[in-house]
Design a protein around this ligand. Structure first.
Ligand SMILES: [Zn+2]
Length: 138
């Protein structure tokens, strides 16, 4: 499958506008978009809680969005964030999200591509296996 990384990054950036949370001016707003093996794209922003610990990360929400359409076999996942006011820093998935992406890859047998992007649309792509060198389960 040919992966349109530019499209996926654009969808992740667009999803920043769907942020749910108390502070829409927060630097901690993230967006994510997944491409499934059916060719569909599902995106989400983080779903923020006042408790912080209950916040759903954008990647978690995007994975759940795909699964809620019975379309959870992920080929690629992109993420962006507003942490860097200049919009230049590439957004990397946190440890929790890397674990979820890894588990998705393990279940589907697909080598999921992780697309770490910035707000200007620049990105780098790595296999999830490279980001989780000693995975559990394996
Ligand atoms: Zn995360």
């Amino acid at each position: 499958m040919k992966i349109d990384y530019d499209l996926l990054v654009r969808e992740a950036i667009k999803s920043l506008g769907c942020f749910y949370g108390p502070d829409t001016n927060s630097r901690y707003i993230y967006g994510s978009a997944v491409l499934t093996d059916k060719g569909n794209v599902y995106s989400a922003s983080n779903y923020s809680s006042d408790t912080a610990s209950l916040t759903l990360h954008a990647e978690q929400a995007a994975l759940s969005h795909a699964a809620s359409h019975n379309d959870a076999r992920i080929v690629a996942i992109a993420m962006v964030g507003k942490e860097d006011p200049k919009g230049e820093k590439l957004c990397h998935p946190c440890g929790i999200c890397k674990q979820l992406i890894w588990e998705n890859s393990l279940k589907s047998g697909i080598k999921v591509k992780v697309v770490m992007a910035n707000l200007k649309g620049r990105y780098t792509v790595k296999d999830i296996k490279k980001l989780v060198p000693y995975p559990w389960p394996d």
